[in-house]
Design a protein around this ligand. Structure first.
Ligand code: ADP
Length: 310
């Protein structure tokens, strides 16, 4: 378990960090602090600067101006040394597709000069690749490859994990599965996770904090609770079979709260999608919706509002 006192201020902090490519500011005066043991979602449209920020943290790119601290390191040589304690998955993962999952992880073990082969086995177990650990990676599904890439990034129990859009291209159940594993690692090992997505909804329910980027600048940083408060989305529906509707909604969206209103009304709280989608689901099950109304913002509407639309 990571001693939170170890970093006096933050696991990572940036001060007016800027990266310019000619006339383009890929990131523009970014300041932030990440606390140990949290899951930070970095959310922004394509081109908002997410990858650039991760590349700078890993030393794959250098800031034009500004500075940052990493795991308590200030100087260039301290930061270089501390990168050994950071796991990263940036852009396309490098996997040797002719080798098995075991061989891929074992090469990383050797690279780290780690003598414990058990660490390879335990990561294969955590990411549920144990049964297929000797199959060549080229035969893996997209989800399995992504789980292996994450296992590689987690070798050596990093204290900070940088994940650049690791959920792209996965189906909803694959996404939930990876989020479940990562949440557990965060809880058990105290790992701080910094994960990007261009889709706020993808990280909803997983991240503990959100940093919203737009055109290279942070437009909002907020906790999961604050996000819920800002969206506080509710739908009121008037249906012909309220009890059936409640059952159906509960089974599809276990996280929502439903209140029975007078007559045939129901109110659904904590459902952050478009109301029309809910109506379609009910009507497909032959529950007629006579009237519906929505209050507050959906996650998507909120995101568009803070990023000024696009
Ligand atoms: P994101 O990861 O959010 O999609 P990026 O960090 O990749 O955003 O890009 C931010 C901006 O910087 C974009 O406008 C992109 O075109 C520009 N950019 C990124 N890398 C380079 C580069 N090597 N040369 C020139 N422009 C770049």
């Amino acid at each position: 378990i990571i001693d939170k006192e170890r970093y006096k201020v933050a696991v990572f902090s940036a001060n007016s960090l800027t990266k310019r490519y000619g006339k383009v500011f890929a990131i523009s005066g970014i300041s932030m602090q990440l606390e140990a043991g949290k899951i930070y979602g970095l959310v922004g449209n394509n081109g908002s600067g997410k990858t650039t920020l991760f590349r700078i943290i890993m030393g794959l790119s250098y800031p034009t101006s500004g500075y940052f601290e990493l795991l308590g390191g200030h100087t260039k040589s301290e930061i270089r040394k501390n990168r050994m304690r950071v796991g990263a998955l940036i852009e396309d993962p490098i996997l040797y597709t002719n080798q098995s999952a075991y061989q891929n992880l074992n090469s990383i073990r050797k690279l780290y000069g780690n003598r414990h082969k058990d660490d390879v086995i335990s990561l294969l177990k955590i990411f549920e690749l144990e049964e297929r650990s000797h199959t060549a990676v080229r035969h893996f599904s997209m989800g399995m490859k992504q789980r292996l890439a994450l296992a590689c990034a987690l070798f050596g129990r990093p204290e900070l994990l940088l994940l650049d859009e690791p959920l792209n291209g996965l189906d909803p159940s694959g996404i939930r599965e990876i989020e479940r594993i990562l949440s557990k690692i965060c809880r058990d090992q105290g790992t701080t996770i910094f994960i990007s997505s261009h889709y706020l909804k993808q990280l909803y329910g997983f991240a503990t904090d959100y940093i919203i980027l737009d055109k290279g600048s942070i437009v909002e940083q907020l906790s999961d609770r604050e996000l819920d408060r800002k969206c506080s989305h509710a739908i009121k529906l008037d249906v012909d079979h309220p009890e059936l509707a409640i059952q159906l909604i509960k089974s599809l969206y276990p996280q929502v709260e439903i209140k029975r209103l007078v007559d045939n009304g129901i109110a659904v709280y904590g459902y952050n999608d478009d109301a029309k989608q809910m109506v379609t689901i009910l009507e497909n099950e032959r529950i007629a919706v006579k009237h519906y109304a929505q209050t507050g913002l959906t996650l998507e509407e909120y995101f568009i509002q803070v990023t000024g639309g696009k």
